[in-house]
Design a protein around this ligand. Structure first.
Ligand code: AMP
Ligand code: TRP
Length: 334
């Protein structure tokens, strides 16, 4: 049995990109025999300022969404990161293992910091160390994520290797990203070269998992396309990022390959294809949004689910992180 760990930031509302790239995978992995640990990474969220009331609200919202997607708190461990101190403690140790040069190479940092790197929080810079700690605190070996996180997973392996080397142990195992090939990167509906993101200023650029049927249909109708009909061959989607994205979304939702989708729609204009795409999206996404609202109606019950999850998470992480603290040379806590 392997242990799976993944995390999502409780900021904004999860998008179709989060769902197809990560969350759906988490639910599918529950069917296997691996143990799944899923974390709302609120410590990561505050690397950029969050309004405190909004952070509380959005943490509950994300918990509700994960339950609505099918994460079963009896079979998996679902909790909020700040409730388990092992993350921050191992994160600090990793701050002292990782090298400045490694972090300076992280493309997500460069993207998020933009032009004014001097003005962002220091947390944003060391955030990949905390992400490494999230995973290694559980000796997890499989990490289901979208492909934007691959560089962070490599870094987590580099950190573990250096820790093992520095202290002469084989304590932290190698980890492996589990990436859903077809939907590793869902793109913006307004610009097929940018990833769909919950932080994009334009709400029309994304499908939120809580959007109503009307809103979903409207967004797909307005989604950017090009004047050509859909081609017969997948290679002819090259240079047509918006068309490729919509075909990819349809394929991911229906569990098909892009060439199967093209087989069905080749020669069709975007009108009829978008209509079908909107229908299948509504059929998949709308029930999840509805269940999310049902869970959100009882915030106390949600808090209890997360708190019970945190105690289970702690029982796994605490002995591992205590051993890491011992290896580093800290005296026992007693
Ligand atoms: P975040 O929204 O950055 O907290 O990401 C949570 C998870 O969703 C991570 O595993 C990401 O790789 C994944 N993800 C985020 N955006 C997308 C996207 N547009 N396509 C595919 N996966 C995504
Ligand atoms: N950094 C991830 C993101 O922004 C979220 C995350 C934090 C994560 N810790 C993790 C993902 C550990 C996988 C494993 O999407």
């Amino acid at each position: 049995m392997a242990r799976i760990f993944s995390g999502i930031q409780p900021t904004g509302i999860a998008t179709l990109g989060n769902y197809l790239g990560a969350l759906r995978n988490w639910v599918a992995l529950q069917e296997g025999e691996d143990e799944g640990i899923y974390c709302l990474v609120d410590l990561h969220a505050i690397t950029v300022f969050q309004d405190p009331a909004a952070l509380r609200e959005q943490t509950r919202q994300m918990a509700a969404l994960l339950l609505a997607c099918g994460i079963d708190p009896e079979r998996s461990v679902l909790f909020h990161q700040s409730a388990v101190s092992a993350h921050a403690r191992l994160g600090w140790i990793f701050n002292c293992v990782a090298r400045m040069g490694w972090l300076k190479r992280m493309t997500q940092f460069k993207d998020k910091a933009g032009k004014d790197q001097e003005a962002v929080s220091t947390g944003l810079f060391v955030y990949p160390n905390l992400m490494a700690a999230d995973i290694h605190a559980y000796h997890a070996t499989k990490v289901p994520v979208g492909d934007d996180q691959l560089q962070h997973i490599e870094l987590a392996n580099d950190i573990a290797e250096k820790f093992n080397h520095d202290f002469g142990v084989a304590f932290f195992p190698r980890i492996e990203a589990v990436v859903q090939k077809e939907s590793a990167r869902v793109m913006s509906l307004r610009d097929g070269t940018k990833k769909m993101s919950k932080s994009d200023p334009s709400d029309m650029s994304r499908i939120n998992m809580t959007d109503t049927a009307d809103v979903i249909a409207q967004k797909i109708k307005k989604a950017k396309t090009d004047p050509e009909p859909l081609p017969e061959h997948v290679k002819d989607l090259e240079g047509r990022p918006e068309a490729r994205n919509l075909v990819g979304i349809y394929a991911a939702i229906m569990g098909q390959k892009p060439h199967e989708v093209l087989h069905q729609f080749a020669g069709s204009g975007f009108g009829p294809f978008k209509q079908r795409l909107a229908d299948v999206l509504v059929a998949h996404v709308e029930p999840i949004g509805r269940r999310t609202r049902e869970y959100l109606a009882d915030p106390t019950a949600l808090d209890h689910v997360l708190q019970a999850g945190a105690r289970k998470a702690e029982a796994i992480a605490e002995p591992i992180v205590r051993e890491a603290e011992r290896l580093v040379g800290f005296l026992p806590r007693g």
